[in-house]
Ligand binder design. Structure first.
Ligand code: CP
Length: 325
């Protein structure tokens, strides 16, 4: 099987296939059926940067397919601290695993690791670069949310809000959206935290209409999706610099009611910053039925199950090794 390193490696037909397989995983994620299609297989879950959702949902997805998970979290538990290269680490760990998921604070490091690996490597986030599985679960969620409102993806209007410079989830999501040229994007950020120019260019080249602004309230009146992001403090030189931008684009129920259409879906890759002065997505939105943030996190399991099944070439055998519970 192939590595999953960037959204750029996919075409529209691949996305449809991944989403179809993800749909078929629902009975397993809901514990209505169990499968042992990956019985005996081992996932190496290598997270060199903090993670809750990505790490645990990769592990849960692999378990739900019948496989086992071996995990490394942080550099402290790895011989990388003794100067071992990513290449050597990958050579060794790929002898113990059937597939490896990896997150690393340095951009390009997952691809470097993949060079040394003898088994497929899935990018769980490489520095500010990309987070392709998040983008897939985000678009999968968008498709589901729109279907529940009787719509497709055609003519969709998405606003991305916040730290678009450092947010790898929005980088990958833009690259994915460029496969669907009639999706329109409004990119809302402080000028200093704007979406990288090359990504905007790629979108425009693909035919997507892109509007760039630093004004939140005047830009969210005519959108279907408000995709908020956290100020990525860990990618700034220091905390004081990040503090300058925190809380600048705050969505709460009042702003939503005053400025958004009533059906606007609210998304966020999470974690959201819940500190009072920083919160970009206020807790008072928790009762809003259009808040899709936890449905996004749930959908992560389905999409990651699909990716494992496809990468390990068992997508057509999941049901064969299943039983009802
Ligand atoms: N969305 C996301 O990547 O969350 P974690 O950092 O908790 O994995």
């Amino acid at each position: 099987g192939a590595h999953i390193l960037s959204i750029k490696q996919f075409e529209r037909a691949d996305i449809k296939r991944i989403f179809d397989v993800a749909d078929a995983m629902e009975p397993y994620a809901l514990r209505k059926k169990v499968t042992r299609v990956l019985e005996g297989a081992i996932l190496g879950n290598m997270f060199f940067e903090p993670s809750t959702r990505t790490r645990v949902s990769f592990g849960a997805a692999f378990n739900l397919l019948g496989g086992n998970v071996r995990e490394t979290t942080g550099f402290e538990s790895s011989s990388i601290t003794k100067g071992e290269s990513l290449y050597d680490t990958a050579r060794v760990l790929s002898g113990y695993s059937d597939v490896i998921c990896m997150r690393h604070p340095a951009g390009g490091s997952v691809a470097e690791f993949a060079e040394g690996s003898r088994v497929p490597v899935i990018n769980g986030g490489d520095g500010p670069n990309e987070h392709p599985t998040q983008a897939l679960l985000d678009l999968y969620t968008i498709r589901k949310e729109m279907r529940s409102k009787g719509r497709g993806l055609d003519g969709l209007r998405i606003a991305m809000i916040g730290d678009l410079k450092h947010g790898r989830t929005v980088h990958s999501l833009c690259k994915l959206v460029s496969l669907f040229s009639d999706i329109q994007l409004t990119l809302i950020s402080p000028k200093e935290l704007a979406m990288p120019e090359y990504i905007v260019e790629e979108l425009r080249m693909a035919g997507n209409k892109v509007t760039i602004t630093d004004d939140l309230t005047h830009s969210i009146s005519d959108i279907d999706i408000a995709y908020s992001t956290r100020i990525q403090e860990e990618r700034f030189g220091n905390k004081e610099e990040a503090d300058m931008y925190r809380g600048r684009y705050r969505l709460n129920q009042r702003i939503y009611t005053e400025h958004c259409q009533p059906n606007t879906v609210i998304m966020h890759p999470l974690p959201r910053d819940s500190r009072e002065e920083a919160n970009e997505l206020d807790n008072d939105l928790n009762a809003n039925p259009n808040l899709a943030i936890f449905r996004q996190a749930d959908n992560g399991v389905l999409v990651r199950m699909a990716l494992f099944a496809l990468v390990l070439n068992v997508a057509d055998q999941v049901d064969k090794y299943s039983r009802e519970v």
